[in-house]
Design a protein around this ligand. Structure first.
Ligand code: NAP
Length: 247
């Protein structure tokens, strides 16, 4: 799969799944805008790895849940790179607790970071991408959006929302040659899952037919396919990358 000449933006690519996707797209030839919120050092390290591959890359600090910051970031990216061909909406957070203990702020922060960010970032690139009449949008959701998970009412609601958003934008943008798909990872080893208690990890492990946790690269491999011309006739779909956890 060849992405030479393409420009990609990956939100939340200072670490974890986003960093793996940014690197995978760069390995295929894309130039990449790396977004981070707090971890500037992580983002700069990803940028260095991409530059070492001979591609162009730059880090942009912006909270994807805040309109002005998103707008500022995409204006800067358009100026620096000239266009955007691939948008990966990956940034996400968890604030897990049972509904009885969940604070309004836990709900709002998770919905804003995981779901509202999709609206803001997709809207920010939509005008140029529609004019360009080509593009790939890849939204990272979660299997939890399908099956729910105790302690994740906020996260599951956001991720289910991402699926509805994906299908709607696929319908709205389809006639302009823009593909919009989502990836639903299961349990992937990253900072997000490292924080889970051992008993929760053990229970999840037992529910994975392939007998191992996923790696960020497992998700990145599918993201590469969805970013490439090999997926030109696929849109509005949600693909699980979960070792068979949900079927
Ligand atoms: P992670 O290691 O915690 O990384 C999260 C990334 O999102 C970081 O780069 C972080 O940036 C960024 N981020 C968080 N809030 C942000 C904000 N407001 N604005 C901009 N960037 C922000 O998590 P991960 O496991 O790689 O998760 C990546 C995506 O996959 C998320 O959407 C997550 O919900 C989804 N997912 C993960 C799993 C899993 O098992 N790991 C399963 C299903 C779905 P900074 O560090 O710079 O703040």
């Amino acid at each position: 799969m060849n992405l030479e000449g393409k420009v990609a933006v990956v939100t939340g690519s200072s670490k974890g799944i986003g960093a793996a996707i940014a690197l995978k797209l760069a390995q295929a030839g894309a130039d990449v805008a790396v977004n981070y919120n707090r971890d500037q050092a992580g983002a700069e390290a990803v940028v260095r790895q991409i530059v070492d591959l001979g591609r162009k890359a730059k880090a942009y600090g912006a909270d994807v849940a805040i309109t002005e910051q998103v707008q500022g970031m995409f204006n800067a990216i358009s100026e620096d790179f000239g266009k955007i061909d691939i948008l990966v909406n990956n940034a996400g957070i968890t604030r897990d607790t049972l509904l009885m203990r969940m604070k309004e702020d836990d709900w709002d922060k998770v919905i804003e970071t995981n779901l509202k960010s999709m609206f803001l970032c997709t809207k920010a690139i939509s005008k140029a991408m529609l004019k360009q009449r080509s593009g790939k949008i890849i939204n990272i959701t979660s299997v939890v959006g399908f099956i729910g998970n105790p302690g994740q009412a906020n996260y599951a609601a956001a991720k289910a929302g991402v699926m509805g958003f994906t299908r709607t934008i696929a319908r709205e943008f389809g006639s302009r040659g823009i593909n919009v798909n989502a990836i639903a990872p299961g349990f992937i080893e990253s900072q997000m899952t490292a924080e889970l208690p051992d008993d929760v990890k053990e229970t999840m492990f037992k529910s994975i037919p392939l007998g191992r946790f996923g790696k960020p690269e497992d998700v990145a491999d599918l993201a590469l396919f969805l970013a490439s011309e090999k997926s030109d006739y696929i849109t509005g779909q949600v693909f699980n990358v979960d070792g068979g956890m949900v079927m």
